[in-house]
Design a protein around this ligand. Structure first.
Ligand code: EPU
Length: 430
């Protein structure tokens, strides 16, 4: 079993380079099969969820050629089946983007019900509603979602809730539908805009992405393109918060500062100094951080994917902070693990009441999911003594070279596989 071992208490100092956005890349790779010509996509993060999706794309017959660590060429012309039955695809949430992509192109798709992080019930009713509004019949049978139609027709759809996944998925199918589609109450996240830009670079006609009304004029076919994915807002935010929690000084490079404003604003509110350059943000942690209130909201609000990491920082900030999770149920499971490190956090429903303390202490903890896992790493970096984190496969789903990037900032962290490795690490850094 892979684990991280950390000796904490060292401020992170230096510069870190952020990779491409996981959640944009997953949608864009699925969308790349929508044309027959080759599509070259750059700035793809080299992480497990991406490899799983690429294997599934290859399995249905598309050409997948790695041109470099972060570049892939996809050719949709050779697709043989619209049934995506790759076993590991069930483990990732973004498998559902193949539904929108294949339905748009072939008017039929079969994809296993999505998996992904265990962070509560994550329905897909809005995806279904959107495909049905476009004229597809959508059934769930034997664990598969099956969407089928003779013709996809543009529609006027009002989402009942703001959903990133449903907005992107319906946008994919509508790009190749007949006629015009209007999506209201659409998600505005940066990766929704990135997917729309990508589709437009393939010849789609999508306007308004980034606002809550997206207008799509269906086109008959899409063509090949070359595209580079935007930087990962959440990877960047994670390093910003790690700088704050360890009272360090980190320049987070290759970012779009606008995408990070909700995070920068909260860090500044609790006492960090934040400076922005064109494509970088510097976070200078203060010795005495103070409490605040946070409510997760759709973009441009505070992102749910930054909630656990920020809560760790608040656990080390003076006073009582209130963190309310409004997007995802059951995203406070990591609190029990943090309690082992001395954090005083009470969870009532979807609200965490965080009483700040001066120091966390290292302990053996388990990553319950991707972002909570990253939060536990931040806790370990800030804590006195040694922390061992189990189940880091969750963390590796979404962060490329996490331990390596942290080491470059001066962290004492190593990826280990047995007790002997942990002892060796302790001897090495003594
Ligand atoms: N929801 C419904 N019905 C739907 C769709 C969503 O009830 O048809 C609910 C979900 O249950 C959830 C909320 O709406 O409670 C938000 O769901 P959304 O569709 O916005 O999220 P998602 O597409 O399932 C993506 C990211 C998540 C991120 C959320 C919110 C991917 C692959 N996943 O999930 O990323 O938390 O948006 O921003 O893009 C992560 O990266 O760690 C991660 C979990």
């Amino acid at each position: 079993m892979e684990q991280y071992v950390i000796r904490g208490g060292i401020p992170l100092i230096g510069e870190v380079e952020i990779g491409g956005a996981k959640n944009a890349a997953l949608a864009i790779l699925a969308a790349a099969v929508m044309c027959d010509e080759p599509v070259v996509i750059d700035n793809i993060p080299d992480i497990r969820d991406i490899s799983v999706l690429l294997s599934a794309i290859q399995e249905i017959g598309a050409g997948v050629e790695r041109l470099g660590k972060h570049t892939v060429k996809i050719t949709g012309k050779t697709i043989k089946t619209v049934r995506v039955d790759h076993d590991s695809i069930k483990k990732i949430r973004a498998s559902y983007y193949l539904l929108g992509a294949l339905l748009g192109k072939y008017r039929k798709a079969e994809v296993p019900l999505p998996g992904g992080c265990n962070i509560g019930i994550r329905a897909i009713d809005q995806h279904k509603k959107g495909f049905e509004a476009l004229g597809a019949v959508v059934k769930i049978e034997h664990g598969m979602i099956i969407a089928d139609t003779d013709s996809l027709r543009g529609c006027h759809l009002y989402f009942d809730m703001v959903s990133v996944g449903a907005t992107i998925n319906v946008m994919l199918a509508a790009a190749l539908a007949e006629g015009n589609t209007i999506l209201e109450n659409a998600a505005k996240e940066p990766h929704v805009v990135d997917v729309a830009n990508f589709l437009n670079s393939m010849g789609a006609n999508i306007k308004g992405a980034g606002t809550d009304v997206i207008r799509i004029k269906g086109v008959r076919a899409l063509h090949g393109t070359e595209y580079s994915i935007i930087p990962d807002q959440i990877e960047a935010g994670t390093f910003m918060v790690a700088a704050a929690a360890t009272k360090g000084d980190v320049v987070v490079r290759n970012v779009i500062p606008k995408h990070l404003e909700a995070i920068s604003a909260k860090l500044s509110e609790i006492g960090c100094q934040i400076t922005e350059e064109d494509d970088a943000v510097r976070v200078f942690g203060n010795n005495e951080l103070k409490h605040t209130q946070i409510k997760t909201l759709p973009y441009p609000g505070f992102p749910t994917d930054m909630q656990p990491q920020m809560t760790v920082t608040l656990a080390l900030s003076k006073g009582t902070s209130i963190v309310t999770e409004t997007i995802v149920d059951n995203r406070c499971k990591y609190v029990d693990e943090l309690a082992k490190m001395g954090a005083t956090i009470k969870v009532e429903g979807n609200t965490a009441i965080v009483d700040g303390i001066r120091k966390l202490t290292g302990a053996e903890v388990s990553a319950p999911d991707l972002r909570a896992g990253a939060a536990l790493v931040i806790a370990g970096l800030a804590a006195d003594g040694y922390t061992v984190i189990d189940d880091i496969q969750y963390i590796e789903r979404g962060y490329e070279g996490f331990d390596e990037k942290l080491r470059q900032l001066g962290a004492q962290i190593e990826r280990v596989t047995c007790e002997k490795d942990i002892q060796r690490f302790k001897l090495k850094i003594c």
